[in-house]
Design a protein around this ligand. Structure first.
Ligand SMILES: Cc1cc2nc3c(=O)[nH]c(=O)nc-3n(C[C@H](O)[C@H](O)[C@H](O)COP(=O)(O)OP(=O)(O)OC[C@H]3O[C@@H](n4cnc5c(N)ncnc54)[C@H](O)[C@@H]3O)c2cc1C
Ligand code: SF4
Length: 512
């Protein structure tokens, strides 16, 4: 599609969760919207569910190289497709807690309050769950924030092995609950409840990712254009620096400029920061939107994440879809420690080959034996915003992820305690692997929103303080990472921003 001869009211960079939700909501306003996506559609094919293709050959992962803080190059496990990283997500669509929107004291510091309260955000969570088609049971999660009603769909339920664990946990005084999940698993739904969901793409299109639930319906309205294999290189501004006038893109090896009225960066927390840094000009010498605060790219967070296999050598685990159960008893200060530890949730069922992809020296037959007999968990603890944890660009343009993990003591306690719980339930062998810098799946925080231009990049509607027509609507806006999966909150914020733009910006322009 040649979009250089067209003029768009809104141009969105990135067809992932944030960009998809924006396009979806703005489609209803009658605005002319263009979405620019560097990737293509991910083909629905047998390899979607192949451990070899996904984990060993990394068929779908970007081949891009980034660098860590020491300058060491690494290949990030990130995905550039229509739908963004959500093509491979585990579909856990969880609300942050009321307390996450307030100052929350952790072992290693304070997670800062948000500029909006949970109560203000809650209606957008209602809408986000509806858009994403979340399954869950209201009232089960012991620290559930207030909600206006039931989930759009009932919980997907536990298979016998997981139900047995839930029952045993209850006997121990814990309060396990159904993890809210966005898959098409209900009467008439296309999901067959397979073992290759979390970390894989869905070959049936039954996972409620951003392509299926957000971008696809937006395109169906006929009001949104999507251009593929087009990489945004930099935003261009007028001489005052207040107004973005266009985006320079690379398409088919050529550079072109796309014009528009209003621009939205939704390239993901790392790529949005890189894009704005790359857009530096005379009016914005340190990157677009960075004049007031010098916060652009800073406060990068990605969670402390550990995958755990709890093995009972004498019993096979016949479960197929394991990501149905979660535990929040340690999310805040708790009986084990007087500070928050994090969330525990089922991990998609591990297979031997998935483990040997990252630990190649252990024979696959041994890992297969373990995986057949294991219950697998994802343990997630909050990491705290640190201005020195930041995305920068090297002189050759390569993205550098300067990151040193923090709040690690709490995470180690969570891993230690959950290992203990697993052993007490009859799983004597516990193997853990902490995720490293290559696993940037929960990347966030690089352009945080706030109510003070001196300490935030975006205002409370996600507009860059320093510009009149530039918004950032992806995981970049999060001022704290919380201990939960981010995608539902990104969708909720996009809905909120789209509502603001529709009511106050597009309408105002039409009136003028
Ligand atoms: C294996 C895995 C499991 C996960 N599980 C869960 C889960 O269970 N629950 C959950 O909530 N979250 C999960 N996540 C995280 C979730 O997928 C992300 O938080 C979410 O997708 C981030 O949305 P975003 O809009 O910020 O960015 P993305 O979804 O990454 O979208 C960014 C889009 O921008 C495009 N893009 C980037 N740069 C450019 C450019 N310069 N020009 C044009 N286009 C560009 C990308 O191709 C992409 O489509 C998981 C992620 C992974 C990888
Ligand atoms: S569990 Fe359902 S949604 Fe997930 S990959 Fe399998 S069929 Fe698709």
């Amino acid at each position: 599609m040649d979009m250089t001869d067209k003029f768009y009211d809104v141009v969105i960079v990135g067809a992932g969760v944030g960009g998809g939700a924006m396009a979806n909501r703005l489609a209803a306003t009658g605005a002319r919207v263009l979405v620019i996506e560097r990737g293509t559609y991910l083909p629905r094919e047998a390899d979607n569910w192949s451990v070899k293709a996904v984990f060993h050959d990394k068929k779908y992962t970007t081949a891009e190289t980034w660098r860590d803080r020491t300058g060491k190059a690494f290949n990030p496990s990130t995905f550039y497709y229509v739908g963004g990283n959500s093509k491979f997500f585990g579909a856990a669509t969880v609300r942050f807690r009321k307390e996450d929107f307030e100052d929350l004291e952790h072992e290693d510091g304070v997670a800062p309050a948000w500029p909006v309260s949970y109560d203000e955000f809650a209606p957008y969570y209602d809408e986000a769950e509806r858009l994403m088609g979340t399954h869950g049971t209201a009232g089960e999660d012991p620290i559930e924030p207030p909600r206006s009603g039931p989930f759009p769909h009932p919980a997907i339920g536990h298979e016998p092995e997981i139900q047995a664990i839930a029952d045993k946990l209850r006997v121990k005084g814990l309060r396990p609950f159904s993890l809210p999940i966005a898959i098409d698993r209900h009467e008439g739904g296309a999901c067959i409840r397979c073992a290759t969901c979390d970390g894989f793409a869905c070959k049936l299109g039954a996972k409620n990712d951003a392509e299926v639930r957000l971008v696809g319906p937006a395109l169906k309205t006929g009001l949104v254009d999507l251009v593929l294999e087009t990489k945004a290189l930099r935003f261009l501004t007028d001489t005052t620096g207040r107004k973005v006038t266009g985006i320079e893109v690379e398409q088919d090896g050529h550079r072109r400029t796309i014009n528009g009225d209003l621009f939205i960066s939704a390239a993901g927390a790392i790529n949005s920061a890189a894009l704005l840094l790359r857009s530096a000009n005379d009016a914005h010498p340190n990157g677009l939107g960075n004049n007031s605060s010098d916060q652009l790219g800073r406060n990068y967070m990605a969670h402390n994440n550990t995958a755990m296999m709890a093995v009972n050598p004498f019993r096979k685990n016949g479960v197929t879809f394991q990501k149905s159960l979660a535990i929040n008893d340690f999310y805040f200060a708790n009986d084990v420690k007087p500070y928050p530890l994090g969330n525990v949730q089922g991990l998609g069922k591990l297979q031997g080959g998935m483990l040997t992809a990252s630990v190649p020296f252990i024979p696959e037959w041994l890992m297969d034996r373990f995986a057949e007999r294991s219950v697998d968990w994802w343990l997630m603890s909050e990491d705290l915003p640190d201005p020195e944890n930041r995305i920068t660009l090297d002189s050759d343009g390569t993205i550098r992820v300067n990151y040193t993990a923090n709040n690690l003591k709490a995470h180690r306690e969570l891993v230690k305690h959950w290992s203990r719980v697993m052993r007490s339930l009859g799983y004597p062998i516990v193997l853990t692997q902490k995720m490293d810098i290559t696993v940037s799946m929960h990347q966030c925080g690089t352009a945080r929103f706030g109510d003070d231009p001196a300490t935030s990049v975006l205002d409370t509607n996600c507009k860059a303080w320093d510009l009149d027509n530039l918004y950032v609507v992806d995981a970049s806006f999060l001022p704290s990472s919380t201990g939960f999966n981010p995608s539902l909150t990104i969708v909720a914020q996009a809905i909120r921003t789209a509502e603001h733009i529709a009511a106050n910006v597009l309408r105002a322009e039409k009136v003028a």
